[in-house]
Design a protein around this ligand. Structure first.
Ligand code: NAI
Length: 713
């Protein structure tokens, strides 16, 4: 008999049963195997009860209905046989399906998050009522784990809300809000959270009288009424949209689409069977394993305070100043305003302050839902923004984020002026992308209250923030930076001070290798294709053009000064700088941007330009090109681990996914390396021995190869 502790049965009225999910000691309800057993025994008991008018399923945790299946159980089943996978799906389907054939009407009363397995449980109920709480969301995010809903979600949802709505929800993995749920027929009603139970009770009474749910039961258990023409049109348009989004790298959305299309002509039982059988192609696949890893990386990051000591609390940060109204300053300010945090922005240049202010207002007025600018939104948020050219105002700030020009001298001069004005407990942060935190902190009276806070460009898109701990930075400053970054919706990782910190350090060897390949006569398009087919969002040469050759050279200087044995300034970049081929910004880089400022086209003059830099021609296979690009990146990551730049190897993977767009379906750089194995990587490096230090296995890699160790234990 399973331990009964997640569900509680009560009878607010004699003939209405309420099952309340409330897992003890957990912030959210999760559908583990034990919880399913518990649900089953309650259903067994209730099914035998005569004269029940309704069963209501609700959560005892305000703001969370059910947060999904227990993903840790998935991981332990990754090696499961096909029969076992089918059985896992059938188990959930059969159990939840009982809610659609129960002796009385079943109602899910949903307040807060209702996703994954929770959304499947609720979709099998006859009716759903959602609370109007802003955090209430309903969704099937399984495709984000390389799966689709396998407890009947793909079979039942199209029957309840229509095929087109179901395709959109399930293939995108995006949640919908209560209003959309009501519009598409998923929610029978939307009410205030405190009205949820009364509304569910009266719905039960109403359904008991009208018996409308019985009619729906009949309709939803059969085939789906849709014409061949409609089906064909939906299939073609949805498939094109999915291909465009996934670039063919993520099979789950397409599998879900095909499944839902083929499930239209059969009854619900056969549709469930198809769903269970189709799952065998996805569950346990390398992509599923990689995406599960991303889930755990993200989950760990959310819980990580950034420090290893217990008992260090982050400081409250309600008054924030940003110094420097450039590209980064404006992005940082907008991120705060979107979270309704009052913010002060200063700059020595009035014109910069004004033009950033209008860029900020434009950004914060954008409404993602309507995809348009919303003046009311801007009017609501703009009083939180205070612009000034005076330093004096920082005296009230809890946090001061410096985002001025990348010049150590100018930054230090600014700090000398600011520090005496700042409160004794205020923290100073720098958005420097290259200057060591130790250098910037050298003349500070309170270097313990100074920390790096490296946002990525564009701030509105990039989730990553590197929180850089200088030698003298206090735990309190680190914890405050981490908590604050999370508060404005970012994913911070803590790194120790060092050249290039984490992301730029690991990026540079990869970028540099692209130039080496060019000088070995590899065509531009072959280099770009190798990176993109690996899954990078853009090729390295395009990235040079986007970043700007001058900026790339500047950032690279930190690395070649620190590691001259393996990193050198590429003569190609120096030549490009001289020729003013600066990339997108000058209209010409590795590509030409004459016609279209954003999208480069091949430059017929590039070959001639590169002639003086050409070395010996070599032939490369596709795999060799991939390894030439990505093994230097991996080797650098092993050096980062050797030097303990990060606190945990998992930070490398998350940092590169969020900071560089490293392909999530590979699970992270180190996760990908584990799929090859350290010993095999050492073998793969052997043919590149002639390239010297930059392709030499590091002591850590050799040790791992010898011991058969992985980065993820
Ligand atoms: P930017 O050149 O767009 O803006 C710098 C702003 O600082 C200008 O408006 C300038 O008037 C102002 N400024 C200069 N000296 C000042 C002073 N003493 N007091 C007040 N304001 C002053 O520069 P951007 O790109 O916004 O970069 C700012 C910082 O962020 C730099 O440290 C940079 O390395 C870093 N960063 C830049 C990234 C990028 O992609 N642009 C990415 C990540 C970090």
């Amino acid at each position: 008999m399973p331990e009964k502790n997640a569900l509680c049965l009560s009878f607010p009225q004699k003939n209405i049963a309420v099952l309340t999910f409330d897992m003890p000691d957990k912030g959210a309800n999760i559908l583990s195997a034990t919880v399913l057993d518990e649900l089953e025994s309650h259903l067994d008991e209730l099914e035998n009860q005569r004269d029940l008018a309704g069963l209501i399923i609700i959560s005892g945790k305000p703001g969370t209905f059910i947060a999904g299946a227990d993903i840790r159980e998935f991981v332990t089943s990754l090696q499961a046989t096909e029969d076992h996978i089918v059985a896992m799906c059938r188990r959930g389907q059969t159990l939840f399906r009982r809610l659609s054939t129960f002796p009385c009407v079943t109602v899910a009363a949903i307040d807060g998050i209702c996703v994954g397995g929770g959304a499947e449980l609720a979709i099998w109920c006859d009716r759903r009522i959602l609370s109007s709480r802003t955090s209430t969301e309903y969704g099937f995010p399984e495709v984000k784990l390389g799966l689709y809903p396998g407890w009947g979600g793909t079979a039942r949802t199209p029957r309840v809300i229509g095929l087109s709505n179901a395709v959109e929800m399930i293939t995108s993995g995006d949640s919908i809000d209560p209003q959309t749920a009501q519009k598409n027929g998923l929610a029978a009603d939307v009410v205030a959270p405190e009205q949820l139970m009364p509304a569910a009770l009266s719905l039960v009474q109403e359904e008991e009288l009208t018996k409308r749910y019985l009619k729906d039961r009949e309709t939803w258990s059969g085939t789906i009424n849709i014409s061949e023409t409609e089906l064909g049109f939906l299939g073609v348009t949805a498939s094109a949209h999915i291909r465009n989004q996934t670039k063919g790298k993520y099979p789950a959305p397409e599998a879900a689409l095909e499944l839902m299309l083929s499930g239209t002509n059969v009854d619900i039982e056969a549709a469930c069977q198809l769903e269970a059988e189709g799952m065998t192609a996805l569950f346990g696949s390398p992509i599923n394993a990689s995406l599960l890893n991303i889930f755990f990386l993200t989950d760990r990051n959310k819980k990580d305070s950034g420090i290893d000591e217990n008992g260090v609390e982050a400081q409250d940060a309600n008054q924030v100043s940003v110094i420097g109204a450039g590209i980064m300053g404006a992005g940082i300010v907008a991120a705060h305003l979107k979270c309704r945090i009052p913010i002060l922005m200063t700059d020595t240049n009035e014109a910069a302050l004004q033009s950033s202010a209008s860029a900020i207002i434009k950004e914060i007025s954008y409404n993602k839902q309507t995809k348009s600018h919303d003046v009311q939104r801007a009017i609501g948020l703009s009083p939180l923004l205070n612009l000034t050219m005076s330093d004096a105002e920082v005296s009230r700030s809890d946090l001061v984020i410096e985002a001025i020009v990348e010049d150590a001298g100018i930054k230090k001069e600014l700090y000398a002026r600011l520090e005496p004005l700042m409160r004794d407990d205020a923290i100073l942060m720098s958005n420097t992308s290259t200057i060591p935190i130790g250098t910037l902190a050298a003349d500070l009276v309170h270097p313990d209250r100074f920390v790096g806070m490296h946002f990525f460009n564009p701030v509105r898109q990039m989730k990553l923030v590197e929180v850089i701990r200088g030698e003298k930075t206090s735990d309190n400053a680190v914890a405050t930076a981490v908590a604050h970054a999370k508060r404005i919706g970012k994913s911070p990782i803590v790194v120790n001070d060092g050249p290039g910190f984490l992301v730029n350090r690991v990026l540079l060897p990869y970028m540099h290798e692209a130039l080496e390949l060019l000088s070995e006569h590899v065509a531009v398009e072959d280099i770009e294709r190798a990176a993109k087919s690996f899954g990078m969002p853009m090729g390295p040469l395009t990235l040079y053009d986007v970043v700007g050759i001058d900026t790339a050279l500047y950032a690279g200087r930190t690395m070649w000064e620190a590691y001259p044995d393996r990193v050198v300034a590429s003569p190609i970049l120096i030549g490009m700088l001289k020729a003013e081929r600066l990339g997108q910004k000058s209209g010409l880089g590795f590509f030409s941007y004459q016609g279209n400022k954003k999208r480069g086209i091949p430059d017929p003059g590039l070959a001639k330009f590169l002639e003086p830099y050409m070395g010996e021609a070599r032939q490369f296979t596709k795999d060799e090109l991939t390894y030439r690009l990505f093994l230097p990146m991996l080797l650098e990551a092993t050096r980062v681990l050797e030097e303990e730049i990060v606190r945990d190897a998992r930070d490398v993977d998350l940092g590169l996914i969020f900071g560089l767009g490293f392909p999530p379906f590979k699970g992270g750089l180190l996760f990908w390396a584990d799929t090859i194995g350290a010993a095999n990587i050492v073998e793969l490096l052997k043919p590149f021995k002639h390239l010297g230090e930059r392709m030499k296995p590091t002591p850590l890699l050799l040790e791992m190869a010898k011991d058969g160790r992985c980065f993820y234990q």
